[in-house]
Design a protein around this ligand. Structure first.
Ligand code: ADP
Ligand code: MG
Length: 323
């Protein structure tokens, strides 16, 4: 049956860990990813795609600082919007090329997407998400003086020279600002790429105007919100492991297969899924099922098609309805 599926693509869908991030490398990875996406489109599913931007935003921030004497560095929200365009473009072009070859001329479009957050979010009290270049202690002190609004933390052990990094809040996504446009495009059969990099985080100021905020939204949590907005049937989180594991990294490691929401809640509470990587994926899947989704899946890119029919991955489904 034809489904509306929101797919959250992990970092490896665009750049492998050992790569520098040249345009050629990125296009090559995007090509592999799009081949999987196109096979789902051929089944007749409607796709809404979201993606991370960590390595791309990181490189862009380093470029901004390297050119600081000549070109004013742009704030984090604008850099986020730039990477949405950059990555969206690569997917849009690659997918369009493939779809034309398949004689399946579905329109594909990426949008620059703002996501509402609140500065009352607890993460604003103690920011946790590292962004941009690493600094040595003296550099960190200098930056701190020039930019009193920056929070800089030691993120690597004392033995490492460049161990300081700017950290920003990672607030919970509340709502996609462009939700009406996104929903209408999806309803019209357009393949939409939205909320890239978790979306550009924005808040309402005291005059009820939107403005960007220096933060990074987790892309898996943003993906679950996007799934609600488009009324998705399924939420598919694609990463570099084929399933979420219990006792991860120990001899007792075991893949979680199909579990109910209550069973997954219990595993999550037991602390099997690391914060900042698998944790937010599991949380996003649970939220989607709580909202009313049919099935949320965590798996790797190459297992995506099998996972949709229950043959691979970690699948979270609703609890049985009791009388
Ligand atoms: P992505 O770019 O796809 O968001 P992440 O690195 O954020 O990728 O998350 C995937 C990683 O989560 C895996 O490579 C794995 O190392 C890590 N991980 C942490 N806990 C678990 C777990 N319980 N089961 C499987 N993977 C886990
Ligand atoms: Mg991640």
């Amino acid at each position: 049956m034809r489904k509306t599926i929101v797919i959250a693509l992990g970092g490896n869908a665009i750049k492998q860990a050992d790569e520098k991030g040249t345009a050629e490398e990125q296009f090559k990875n995007v090509q592999t990813t799009c081949a999987q996406l196109v096979s789902m489109l051929k089944f007749g599913h409607r796709l809404v795609i979201t993606h991370g931007n960590g390595p791309q935003a990181g490189n862009l921030l380093i470029q901004q600082e390297a050119a600081v004497g000549e070109i004013p560095p742009q704030p984090l929200d604008i850099c986020g919007a730039m990477t949405q365009g950059q990555i969206g473009y690569m997917f849009q072009q690659t997918m369009q090329n493939m779809l034309w070859k398949e004689k399946l001329p579905l329109p594909v479009v990426s949008i620059v997407n703002q996501v509402l957050v609140s500065e009352d979010d607890p993460d604003y009290q103690d920011p946790t998400k590292p962004v941009g270049p690493f600094y040595a202690e003296a550099e960190a002190a200098k930056i701190k003086k020039e930019r009193p609004d920056y929070v800089i933390k030691e993120v690597k052990p004392k033995s490492v020279e460049k161990r300081f990094r700017r950290v920003v809040p990672s607030p919970d996504p509340i709502r996609n600002i462009e939700y009406i446009a996104i929903r209408r495009m999806v309803d019209a059969g357009i393949v939409v790429i939205a909320s890239g990099g978790g979306g550009v985080p924005v808040v309402y100021d005291k005059n009820e105007n939107l403005r960007g905020t220096a933060a990074v939204i987790d892309k898996d949590k943003a993906g679950a919100r996007l799934a609600e907005v488009v009324g998705a049937d399924m939420f598919l989180v694609l990463t570099d492991v084929d399933a979420a594991k219990i006792n991860y990294g120990t001899p007792q490691e075991k893949a979680v297969r199909t579990v109910t929401l209550s069973e997954m809640k219990k595993l999550h509470k037991e602390g099997h899924f690391k914060a900042g990587s698998m944790g937010p994926k599991v949380l996003a899947c649970m939220r989607f099922i709580e909202w009313g989704g049919e099935c949320a899946i965590i798996t790797s890119l190459d297992k995506a098609v099998d996972a949709l029919v229950g043959k691979a991955g970690t699948r979270v489904v609703p609890d049985p309805v009791k009388e």
